[in-house]
Design a protein around this ligand. Structure first.
Ligand SMILES: [Zn+2]
Length: 366
């Protein structure tokens, strides 16, 4: 059983339309929705509600986070600035990150719904909880919006668990982009292990100075507790699973988390407009199964999944379904893959695994 937390108020965050994620272009006869739009999450909700795993899901209402909760991770002045910009009518915070006039409530509901999922697991009412929210959160830093993200959901969940007495929390992020915001929140701490598997894309603009390379291992007490797997472009199912098996699982077994937080995006899929990593539904099914099994082995099955990116409106929803099939330990694929045709090349993208093992060997003896 998976407990799903959902609040339709997140749909009201209006990111507008344009030349993909940038402002409207006079060159185009037809503008398109910003990639991070309500439609993508409406499809995720409907696939879960109508798909074969529907009997295994229990739906719960989300809620809004209050300002004090947001400030467990974010600087008070930053939180106030986001609210003020919404009240002033919204606008572009970075080249690609958009606020609408009505965005404040959806942003607080996205954060609060993740906290509701966390509390359900921490209270023992749920074993696996999944927060279906938007926008994503993992690029948001303590005082910086970035990459469609304003509040750092996985970090809020990890901080909640620490505040409620858990000693060690691990965040495993397989969104196709580097989880730089989560990394930044815990970079000098050993109590929250942050792991990001991503496409090698490097820094972007002033909002995203982190490179996501293997040598970003943490600082001070946090040295060794930040793990970056910058997988080469086109990595595919096998390389993602190898990264988990060869780097992430051995570190998790030594770290011994009391809760695992999965920053669960589907933009590593083979159809995503923002990613080039060629992961298929079969790959996502195995990723979900592996993380669920790790939680069962290490922390009584306690797993909180928060929705991150995933911008192929059809395939991301299908890949989410496949991910949850894996978490549910279903032995046979419940939902067939109607689209994938990309052949998997297990040798592709492995340089990120080799680099991570070398960078982290002094700490974890990989
Ligand atoms: Zn992403």
């Amino acid at each position: 059983m998976i407990d799903v937390f959902w609040d339709e108020r997140v749909l009201a965050h209006d990111t507008g339309s344009g030349a993909f994620e940038t402002a409207p272009s006079e060159l185009l006869a037809v503008q398109e929705l910003h990639p991070e739009n309500a439609e993508r999450v409406r499809n995720m909700r409907s696939v879960l509600a109508r798909g074969p795993i529907a009997p295994h899901l229990r739906w719960h209402a989300g809620r809004a986070a209050d300002v004090a909760e947001l400030e467990t991770v974010h600087d008070p002045a930053y939180v106030a600035s986001v609210r003020e910009l919404c009240e002033a009518g919204g606008g572009r915070v970075t080249a690609t990150t958009v606020l609408g006039p009505g965005s404040w409530e959806p942003l607080t509901v996205a954060a609060g719904t993740c906290l509701a999922a966390a509390d359900a697991v921490l209270d023992g009412e749920a074993r696996v909880a999944y927060a279906l929210v938007r926008p994503p959160g993992h690029h948001a830093q303590p005082a910086q919006a970035d990459g469609y993200c304003f509040f750092s959901h996985a970090a809020l969940v990890a901080e909640r668990a620490r505040g409620r007495g858990l000693a060690r929390v691990a965040v495993v992020d397989w969104d196709v982009h580097h989880g730089n915001g989560t990394q930044e929140c815990f970079y000098d701490r050993a109590d929250v292990l942050t792991v990001s598997l991503h496409m090698r894309h490097g820094p972007w603009g002033t909002s995203h100075p982190q490179t996501g390379e293997a040598d970003e291992i943490g600082r001070g007490a946090g040295e060794g507790y930040n793990v970056n797997l910058a997988l080469g472009v086109g990595a595919g199912d096998r390389t993602y699973l190898d990264a988990l098996a060869e780097v992430v699982l051995p570190i998790l077994r030594r770290f011994r988390p009391e809760l695992i937080v999965g920053a669960c995006g589907q933009d590593a899929s083979c159809f995503d407009p923002n990613g080039r990593q060629n992961v298929t539904m079969a790959g996502f099914r195995r990723l979900g199964a592996t993380l669920g099994a790790a939680a069962s082995e290490l922390c009584g099955g306690r797993l909180v999944l928060v929705q991150e990116g995933g911008y192929a409106r059809t395939y991301a929803a299908y890949c989410l379904h496949a991910t949850l099939e894996g978490v549910l330990e279903l032995t046979e694929p419940a939902l067939p893959d109607p689209l994938a045709y990309v052949p998997d090349d297990p040798s592709r993208g492995r340089e990120g695994i080799v680099a991570a093992r070398a960078a982290l060997f002094p700490f974890w003896k990989l």
